[in-house]
Design a protein around this ligand. Structure first.
Ligand code: DMJ
Length: 645
């Protein structure tokens, strides 16, 4: 029999490996354990071994770095967006390699396609007078009439008359830019044209994937060459409408418009998230209507806007998170009667605009009630709001946590933007915004070590955490927009510092792409500023950093912001582009060899990321002038209301 000799062998071998003589008591314990083990029945031993193996497997499976190459982490596990818990789980597939020929060409390799200099977006018109689609002839006549009256008239490729009417008075974007020497200007123009064309190429590539595999559906799954539904309303197509218009992609725009007018219906028994459908669908339709003057978009905007209204029928008038747009019923999530503060406070620009265009007061009234209540609520910390609000009581809940990231972010953005949209007259928005920015400086702002990057952390029951979501990178742009509109110049200083930090969140990663969340080191003697936890290494193609780069470039003219945006576009092309069409979110920005694609192209990649990149590279400050338009939180430009209204 083999058992006894093996027993001896084990105990002798342990003893021999000891570093200096015998440890008698240890050896005795070992022998006694072994004896006990041998006394167990075969069944008992098998059971113990089985549980040990099971424990080992569970341990391995819960360790993300080992498993994320094998499985895609679901959105519900990782997406910290304001609506994360509501997103469907998308199955994942193994990555498809990015082919070499698909890498972004260098500027000098890019074909020099001629960019239309004539196209300009139409500026704000009072669309109430526009009753139907206008023929080219009519437009020509209108233009001729205007010219007779001595007005400057431009007709866009879309056929809309461009009105030169201005919104509120503010410094012109151009006035802020530093002058460039002539030779440098010529160089810049060539580079600019190349970069603009590169963005258009990226858009076309993303659109090809969507068109081939997901047409009319919510989101493209580029690797599995299929699609996923969230609301079943053609989300990507609607989100991308005004981007195509701004990029001058006429053919793509026209086919999308045909789908909207012939296929899009909101008469569906489907639950939609109020916030997401407002910013993406209502916002996208309103913006496209304002840019094009085509009433099909206004009709659809009215339809979805009125179908979302049941969300406001709550005891407190703070809206529920979800609405069934077919049945006209609304409800909170199954597990709570709370709504997210960012969600209920970032639908105002859109509903206010809907009232302006339709002259129907109920939309603006419903969202104004929400902001009025939040304005008066206790429970803020120096203007900073908690993340949840109860739809029954109208009070903040889960108090004590303050962040500029998920669940609170766009509350702050919309304070400033509503003030701008309404012609800077509604003082309570400005008050709340200024107070909140002071609150940020006092409670959330810190510097990292060793390089002193300024960052916005979080506060949890008085405890500071050096955690910053990529979502917070909207803040440099918003601060800069405020400064441009006359708010204190130290807002611009802070915007520049935070912009640098957000850029570092990209360049310090091995792929040149930012993770979803970073942690900053604050201890003296740290050897790097930024740490990324294993579960936070994903990139969802988010726009916030390029959005802020656009504002910073528009207001300062500093070319470094364009170069940073160019770096980011190159990284997107290198690590997220899928050969058969489309771009994908990835799980791991720290491993260029194994990015672990998620097989999902978010609609905001077309709605926001590529739009802001295009506007960043454009030399034309009138292409969506920031003195005439205010962008909603999904990058849909809405007009600043003329002072007469
Ligand atoms: C978009 O839907 C909006 O920008 C929203 O404000 C935040 N999340 C995504 C983009 O990251």
């Amino acid at each position: 029999m083999h058992s006894p000799p093996r027993q001896e062998y084990v105990s002798i071998s342990f003893a021999e490996k000891g570093s200096g003589g015998y440890n008698n008591s240890k050896q005795w314990r070992r022998q006694s354990c072994w004896r006990k083990w041998k006394q167990l029945s075969r069944l008992q031993r098998s059971l113990i071994l089985f549980f040990l193996v099971l424990l080992f497997i569970c341990g391995i499976a819960s360790y993300p770095s080992v498993t994320e190459h094998l499985r895609g982490l679901t959105d519900e596990e990782q997406n910290t967006d304001t609506n994360s818990v509501l997103r469907p789980v998308i199955p994942h597939v193994l990555p498809e390699p990015v082919k070499q020929e698909q890498q972004l060409p260098l500027p000098e390799q890019t074909s020099q396609r001629k960019l239309s200099n004539k196209r300009r977006p139409p500026i704000l018109q009072n669309r109430l007078q526009v009753k139907g689609n206008i023929s080219d002839n009519e437009l020509g006549e209108r233009a001729a009439d205007k010219k007779k009256d001595g007005e400057e008239v431009v007709i866009s490729w879309r056929g809309a008359v461009i009105d030169t009417e201005q919104g509120t008075l503010a410094t012109k974007d151009e006035d802020n830019k530093e002058a460039l020497p002539a030779s440098q200007k010529a160089e810049t123009t060539k580079e600019t044209a190349n970069r603009l064309e590169a963005v258009r190429d990226s858009f076309r590539h993303a659109w090809k994937g969507y068109k081939d595999f997901a047409w009319g559906h919510d989101e493209l799954r580029p690797l599995s060459k299929s699609y996923s539904e969230w609301f079943g309303l053609g989300l990507t197509l609607i989100d991308a409408l005004d981007t195509m218009w701004i990029l001058g992609l006429k053919e793509e725009f026209e086919e999308a418009k045909t789908w909207v007018s012939t296929e899009l219906t909101f008469s569906k028994n489907v639950d939609v998230n109020l916030f997401e459908s407002t910013i993406r669908i209502l916002g996208g339709l309103l913006s496209t209507y304002n840019l094009t003057g085509d009433t099909v978009f206004l009709e659809k905007a009215k339809d979805i806007g009125s179908r979302l209204m049941p969300a406001f029928n709550t005891p407190s008038k703070i809206p529920y998170s979800d609405v069934n747009i077919g049945k006209g019923t609304a409800h909170p999530p199954r597990w709570t009667s709370d709504s997210t503060v960012a969600e209920v406070a970032s639908i105002q620009l859109e509903f206010r605009e809907l009232t302006r265009l339709t002259q129907e007061p109920q939309y603006q009234a419903a969202v104004a009630e929400v902001t009025t209540q939040i304005h008066k609520l206790d429970g803020k910390l120096d203007g900073l709001v908690p993340m949840f609000i109860n739809t029954n009581s109208g009070q903040f809940t889960h108090q004590g946590i303050y962040t500029l990231g998920a669940r609170a972010d766009s509350y702050y953005e919309y304070l400033l933007k509503q003030w701008i949209q309404g012609g800077k007259k509604e003082d309570h928005f400005l008050e709340d915004y200024l107070q909140a920015m002071e609150g940020v400086k006092k409670n959330l702002l810190q510097k990292s070590s060793p390089n002193g990057l300024t960052f916005v952390g979080e506060l949890s029951h008085g405890q500071f955490s050096p955690k910053m979501d990529h979502l917070v990178c909207f803040l440099p742009g918003t601060l800069a927009l405020g400064a441009h509109n006359g708010l204190p110049s130290d807002h611009m200083d802070l915007a520049k510092q935070l912009m640098e930090t957000c850029y570092q969140m990209y360049v310090q990663m091995e792929t040149g792409l930012s993770p979803e969340i970073v942690h900053f080191n604050m201890h003296e003697g740290s050897n790097r500023d930024i740490d990324v936890k294993l579960a936070d290494r994903h990139n969802l193609l988010r726009p916030e950093t390029v959005e802020s780069l656009f504002y910073l470039y528009r207001f300062t003219g500093d070319l470094k912001y364009r170069d940073w945006g160019w770096d980011i576009l190159k990284s997107f092309n290198k690590y997220t582009k899928i050969s058969s069409g489309g771009y994908t979110s990835i799980n791991n920005v720290r491993d260029p060899d194994y990015t672990s694609p998620r097989d999902k192209m978010e609609s905001f990649f077309l709605g926001e990321t590529l739009k802001y990149l295009y506007l960043l590279f454009s030399d034309d400050p009138d292409l969506i002038s920031l003195d005439q338009y205010v962008f909603n939180t999904e990058a849909h430009p809405l007009p600043i209301w003329p002072s007469t209204e």
